[in-house]
Design a protein around this ligand. Structure first.
Ligand SMILES: Cc1cc2nc3c(=O)[nH]c(=O)nc-3n(C[C@H](O)[C@H](O)[C@H](O)COP(=O)(O)OP(=O)(O)OC[C@H]3O[C@@H](n4cnc5c(N)ncnc54)[C@H](O)[C@@H]3O)c2cc1C
Length: 558
């Protein structure tokens, strides 16, 4: 883990570098020209310059040994600058992950030291034209080359699609099928038979180079097989999903906030109907406040998951999926609302929110699409539901009822309602065998993510009140504001779980017309409706906080 002071310094250097080298006009120009600023990417990855990649390389190999929390902080900050450049840096994180997780000690020493000392850029080559979400459909092959009965190398053949840094990397980790199954290989640029296409002409992240790769009998020595044992590739990829998805979650969070942080000041200056837009409730309560609540719920989940990964609680794939799903969906909604918040100006290049919206779009696609996240979340929690005979989320609810007794203001009581409703919806889905419908399975994934994020945000608000947040945690909101944000999100989550849960159960004929009132009661809908009380005053308060009016109002009241 990096000391808090070092992390703060790195974040400051990053901000200063971006201010100087990547101001809006430069970003707009690079975006229009569809150009990856290689000199800037190299600068960011050079050990004697910004050296961002040092943060995630273990200390024994010349890095700073950053953990998941550090990487989340850096990824959020990079995304606030530009998601294309952030993706170029992330590709080295991703590309070296199979090495960090699965390589032999000699391989780790060689490659991780080279990344640290030489600023080597990596690319991560998993996806293929026919194998996207379903990596099992992989067609790239690695054929053994033997001498005197001993495997001395491999010949790799196949195609890779949509590879970030594909046209600019120094080295690639390539997933290929060996006779014993999928395996990662380290392939350096310039090898005979190894070529890449022109960069893709993309909707967003146009500052990132994305290219297809072709491998035609590319020979690599046997020591380029990561870990030295064939068939470990999918396990090695799985082992880091919790961690890598947290990075993309931080991208969604950073980009979403970057857009809102343009909309908020804009609305204080834009006068319509006799006053600034920031004073208009119909504007702030639709376009700004709910997006802040969703982003902060996602942040709470990201921070909790990062702390758990750093405490070596396991690879936390499902938690990574929840974090990525919530943060990237929230980031997209926030960026879209920010275009609306700037009206016609938002629709032009000059005001940047349009670019942020195009950029953040990728985050619900790469590192696993939102639909694959829903499936991952739902399948895992479904098993827990079965194992605990339907009690898992009722038990979670109890935890929040206890929290509510200690902290009555953080929305823990409403989060508890969401968990009880979720347990009931899942139990109904079990007894009526509704998960035979894939759509129901995936919708459950969404409801689970909302309920768990409501819980995480209530816990975070309570920790903030107790002054116990991680010292590296984002401190944008004080305890009172965070509690109000938590209550707003918990209300949304509880209502969503109960009403959409009911909708899908009825929609899949999981309950008859006569049975519907009983289900409505078991979901706690009346209590969830009553919990919406004070929603508007909480939104008023959060809007005041966002616009720096809360203290002023307090003074006036006094
Ligand atoms: C700009 C960019 C950069 C990228 N960088 C990299 C990189 O560096 N390295 C790398 O290896 N890959 C990279 N990717 C690939 C990316 O991870 C894949 O695009 C992604 O995993 C989805 O695969 P696909 O495009 O084949 O879509 P598909 O898998 O064909 O999915 C298409 C749609 O169908 C849905 N879907 C798929 N399967 C199911 C199912 N079973 N049930 C229901 N719905 C389903 C998906 O959610 C999606 O909405 C990148 C992609 C882009 C666009």
């Amino acid at each position: 883990m990096i000391p808090s002071k070092t992390l703060k310094l790195s974040l400051k250097s990053l901000r200063e570098f971006a201010k100087k080298r990547l101001p809006d006009e430069v970003l707009i120009d690079l975006d229009a020209r569809d150009e990856c600023p290689m000199e800037i990417v190299r600068h960011m990855c050079s050990p004697d310059k910004l050296g961002i990649q040092l943060l995630f390389i273990p200390e024994e190999f010349g890095g700073l040994g950053g953990g998941a929390f550090d990487v989340y902080c850096i990824c959020e900050e990079m995304a606030r600058v530009d998601l294309g450049v952030a993706t170029a840096v992330l590709a080295t994180f991703l590309g070296s992950d199979p090495i960090t997780v699965g390589a032999t000690p000699e391989q780790k020493k060689l490659w991780l030291t080279r990344i640290a000392e030489e600023g080597l850029l990596f690319a991560y080559g998993a996806t293929e034209p026919e194998a996207g979400s379903d990596l099992g459909a992989l067609r790239t092959t690695a054929e053994r080359v033997s001498e005197n009965g001993k495997v001395v190398g491999f010949k790799i053949s196949g195609n890779k699609q949509w590879i970030s840094n594909g046209g600019v990397a120094d080295a690639y980790t390539i997933l290929a099928n060996t006779p014993s199954g999928p395996s990662w290989f380290i392939v350096e640029k310039g090898l005979k038979g190894f070529t890449h296409d022109e960069p893709e002409d993309k909707h967003g992240i146009r500052l990132s180079n994305t290219a297809a790769l072709a491998l035609d009998n590319v020979y690599v020595d046997a020591d380029r097989l990561v870990g030295g044992v064939e068939g470990q590739g999918l396990n090695q990829a799985q082992a880091v999903f919790g961690y890598t998805r947290l990075m993309v979650a931080a991208f969604g969070l950073g980009a979403g906030w970057a857009a809102l942080d343009r909309a908020i000041p804009y609305s204080t200056k834009r006068i319509q109907a006799g006053g600034p837009l920031s004073e208009k409730q119909g504007y702030t309560h639709k376009l700004i406040v709910p997006n802040v609540a969703r982003l902060e719920a996602a942040r709470a989940y990201i921070e909790e998951s990062a702390e758990r990964i750093d405490a070596v609680e396991g690879s936390l794939n499902t938690e990574g999926a929840i974090a990525k799903y919530m943060a990237t969906e929230a980031g997209n909604l926030a960026a879209d609302a920010s275009i609306q918040a700037l009206g016609g100006y938002g629709y032009t290049h000059e005001y940047m929110v349009e670019k942020i919206k195009r950029d953040v779009r990728i985050t619900t696609i790469y590192e696993g699409t939102s639909e694959i996240m829903e499936m991952t979340i739902s399948r895992d929690r479904w098993q827990i539901h079965l194992k605990t005979r339907g009690q898992h989320y009722h038990e979670c609810a109890k935890e929040f009822e206890v929290l509510h007794a200690r902290h009555p203001n953080v929305g823990a009581d409403i989060a508890a309602l969401a968990f009880h409703a979720l347990a009931e919806v899942m139990e109904k889905a079990r007894t009526a065998r509704l998960t035979r419908h894939q759509h129901i399975l995936l919708r459950l994934g969404e409801l689970i993510a909302y309920a768990e994020c409501a819980g995480a945000l209530a816990r975070r608000a309570a920790r903030k009140a107790e002054n116990k947040l991680n010292e590296k945690a984002n401190q944008r909101f004080d305890a009172v504001a965070l509690a109000a944000i938590s209550r707003i999100f918990a209300r949304e989550a509880a209502l969503k779980v109960a009403e959409e849960g009911l909708r899908w159960v009825i929609g899949a004929e999981g309950v008859s017309g006569a049975g519907a009132p009983g289900l409505e009661a078991s979901l706690g809908l009346p209590a969830i409706h009553r919990a919406q009380a004070d929603l508007i005053s909480d939104m008023d308060f959060v809007a005041d906080v966002l616009y720096g009016r809360a203290a002023k109002r307090g003074e006036q009241a006094a």
